[in-house]
Design a protein around this ligand. Structure first.
Ligand code: ATP
Ligand code: MG
Length: 338
């Protein structure tokens, strides 16, 4: 696993999500908790609604406005504070997208074809062919990250290969276009992984908004119970925590442990020979208990959709100014005349 650098207030963080559906427990334990923690430590934070990236794997961005507002709702309910964290949609920041042009020149087609996350996303794509946007997804993500010179990126495991591309782009850009004093324009962003870098969904695959296997943060307690009851497990009555050989059972054990802030080994030991039904009951209670305050806040915030839109407008202004400054620097080192 990638080493996790200790965050300091000098770090700049950018991370984000595609507005393809409501945020789920994988987001929460994979990245959202870390974002809130970093924000509360005073780290400068940018959170991106990656709207253009919705059309990497489908023809049209379905219910885009609704999904975008709901993402903001989930962020605020989880504790992101728009006064301290810049929340914006990347389509609203033209300078960010313009960075993609020079960046595309820095990576080869062969490198992009080898990217394991792009391969996995293509495998789950709703399109029969692979679009240019899907193929260049990691370069667009490099533009997201480097537009604000992010140094730290709280993400799930699936994003680590994408981040490697961003690091390569930063390194090559610095080598090819140094400042007059030899320094580089961009830092190399580091991934920050959590204790749950890949929470599994109810079907045993990566929990994903688009794969019908997710437990969303805004789900009701009954819905949560129903979804967990239907989760894939195995026939062994003894509950153990062994992610390598028993991924599905272990993911439920881990989920319980994270909600209860305990070790997964202790949770498994206590369940002993209780079997999958007892495990699922325990997990359901733990999730519902843990999310209760978040869900209450979410319901309160949901009443004011105008506020959610305003958060995005303010965020686009702040992120726009930062991306403009970066683009100006890029043009200068590349020798643009005006
Ligand atoms: P989609 O199915 O539309 O791709 P998704 O559920 O994969 O949705 P993304 O918007 O692609 O969500 O990912 C947003 C962030 O959440 C990324 O940093 C990603 O690594 C993280 N993440 C997504 N799913 C999980 C998961 N199951 N466990 C841990 N982190 C996750
Ligand atoms: Mg995804």
């Amino acid at each position: 696993m990638t080493t996790t650098p200790a965050p300091t207030p000098t770090e700049r963080v950018l991370t984000g999500d595609r507005p393809t559906g409501p945020l789920h427990l994988g987001h929460y334990f994979g990245t959202l908790q870390n974002r809130v923690r970093l924000q509360n430590q005073g780290v400068e934070m940018f959170v991106l609604v990656a709207d253009y990236q919705v059309i990497t794997d489908r023809d049209v961005a379905d219910r885009l406005a609704e999904h975008t507002e709901n993402l903001v709702l989930d962020y605020l309910a989880a504790g992101l504070d728009p006064e301290r964290t810049t929340i914006f949609a990347h389509s609203a920041v033209p300078a960010l997208n313009q960075l993609m042009l020079p960046f595309l020149s820095l990576v080869s087609v062969a490198e992009l074809s080898r990217n394991p996350t792009v391969k996995d996303e293509i495998a789950h794509s709703r399109q029969s062919g692979v679009s240019g946007l899907m193929f260049t997804y990691p370069v667009h993500q490099a533009a997201d990250l480097l537009s604000c010179k992010a140094t730290l990126v709280p993400v799930g495991q699936d994003q680590v290969p994408h981040l490697e591309v961003a690091r390569t782009v930063a390194r090559r850009f610095n080598e090819r276009y140094p400042h007059a004093d030899g320094t580089g324009v961009f830092p190399a962003p580091q991934p920050l992984l959590s204790e749950a870098p890949m929470l599994l969904g109810t079907d045993g695959g990566k929990m994903s908004k688009s794969r019908g296997n997710a437990i969303s943060l805004g789900a009701t307690e009954d819905e949560t119970a129903r979804l967990i009851r239907g989760a894939k497990t195995d026939a062994d009555r003894r509950i153990t925590y062994d992610p390598a050989t028993r991924p599905e059972v272990s993911s439920l054990v881990l989920l319980t442990a994270l909600c209860q802030e305990r070790d997964p080994e202790t949770v498994a030991e206590e369940l002993g020979d209780g079997g999958a039904a007892a495990l699922k009951r325990t997990t359901t209670e733990a999730v519902n208990e843990h999310l209760r305050p978040l869900r209450t806040r979410r319901a309160e915030l949901a009443a004011d959709r105008t506020h959610l839109r305003q958060v995005l407008r303010d965020g686009a202004q702040r992120a726009g100014a930062v991306a403009e400054a970066t683009l100006a620097e890029v043009r200068e080192v590349m020798g643009a005349v005006i």
